[in-house]
Design a protein around this ligand. Structure first.
Ligand SMILES: Cc1ncc(COP(=O)(O)O)c(C=O)c1O
Length: 383
């Protein structure tokens, strides 16, 4: 049975082009990029080329890219690394309550160590309240962190403005771009971002690989959080050439397709929204219907339990929110933070649109969602 996949914020399939680029580094070119011999040098060249591809996607120089196991690790290195020295000083960090748990959990760990962890206010449209952010920053703020694109509602944050406020206070700005890379243009230099995380598997690359951009001028303000052979000073461990090559290929693909994808996905979104609002009484968008990335569509379906809908659909894969929260019975913390009632939050689903999916697949997928939702509310039976 064909599964219509509407959950690209959780993960994406590896593109054939990416897989083809990776395979030689699992077979004949298996050398360790740190080895001085011919196979090592070949692997090293591939890793350097991948760094150039990641750098091109985010507007950076290749030397500023550190490979990691994913955005979770990148966020940990950037945030814990900023607090890993001189812990005696009174220090604080500013966190965004709608961000992914790989940032929020770091905040909780830091609070447990005595760091003053501050929470930035979020507006009903899902954007950071910049006046609120300014009020939280002071001389003792090491770092503020914001996810550029929110994984549940697609809100796009005012990153350049946040960076300017952070720098005025002498703080670093870390940006989690796991959902932004490949979807919106990123220029770390123009936005004056200090550190930025990317994840391979969100952009048709492999799972288990990501990158951290580190602005050279602030590198001395980060300390490594794990130690070893020092392959990259901030992140030890043998570099997994095949994964890194896959990430590089995925970044090239994303850069090549980005403009084209944006217009395709807008059309898919319009179709999905039209079908949902005409098919289900009272269906409406959570967050700003026009302000976020078009790829993410979070909708309330009144009277339908989102979890029941998602788990009872067999031909469609979608979710109620972030994959790492899907076991939780609690309403989404992202939706409640923007003022959605717990009841509406529990009646919400998240549809992530793949720009490359055939239009007829989307139509079929949404038809199945509407049919099932109507079955769950009893609307179908009433007609
Ligand atoms: C905004 C955001 N940050 C971080 C992550 C974690 O990324 P990874 O799976 O590469 O560790 C995700 C994945 O869902 C995400 O959406």
């Amino acid at each position: 049975m064909k599964i219509i996949y509407l959950d690209g914020c959780a993960t994406t399939a590896v593109d054939d082009e990416v897989l083809d680029a990776m395979l030689p580094y699992l077979r004949e070119d298996f050398g360790n990029p740190s080895s001085p011999h011919v196979l090592g040098k070949r692997a090293r060249r591939a890793v350097d080329a991948a760094a150039a591809s990641v750098a091109a996607l985010v507007g950076a120089d290749p030397e500023t890219i550190v490979f990691t196991s994913g955005a979770t690790e990148s966020n940990n290195i950037a945030l814990l690394g900023a607090f890993a020295h001189d812990d005696r000083a009174p220090v604080n960090g500013v966190f965004c309550p709608i961000d992914h748990k790989s940032s929020l959990a770091v905040g909780r760990a830091l609070a447990g160590r005595g760091v003053d962890v501050r929470t930035v206010p979020i507006r009903p449209d899902g954007r950071v309240d910049l006046t609120g952010l300014a009020g939280l920053l002071d001389l003792h703020t090491r770092v503020a962190t914001v996810a550029w694109v929110n994984s549940e509602i697609g809100a796009v944050q005012p990153i350049a403005e946040a960076a300017a406020l952070c720098h005025e206070a002498g703080a670093l700005l870390h940006v989690d771009a796991a959902q932004a890379a490949g979807r919106i243009p990123i220029d770390v230099r123009a936005a004056e971002i200090d550190t930025l995380s990317v994840s391979g598997h969100k952009i048709h690359g492999p799972k288990g690989v990501g990158a951290l951009y580190v602005r050279p001028e602030i590198r001395h303000r980060l300390r490594p959080i794990m130690f070893g052979g020092g392959q990259y000073a901030l992140r030890s461990g043998t570099v997994p050439t095949h994964l890194v090559v896959g990430l590089g290929a995925a970044c090239e693909l994303a850069l090549r397709r980005r403009n084209d994808d944006w217009s395709r996905v807008r059309r898919l979104r319009a179709t999905a929204l039209d079908m949902l609002t005409t098919g289900i009484e009272g269906a409406r968008v959570n967050g700003d219907p026009h302000g976020g990335v078009p790829h993410v569509l979070n909708v309330v379906l009144p009277g339908v339990r989102g979890e029941s809908l998602v788990s009872s659909l067999h031909g469609v894969a979608l979710s109620t929110g972030s994959a790492c929260n899907s076991d939780s019975q609690e309403p989404s913390y992202v939706l409640t933070a923007i003022g959605v009632s717990p009841e509406d939050a529990n009646s919400s689903i998240r549809i992530c649109l793949d720009p490359r999916m055939p239009h007829e697949d989307l139509v079929r997928g949404i038809e199945l969602v509407v049919e099932r939702a109507r079955g769950l509310t009893g609307a179908a039976a009433a007609r």
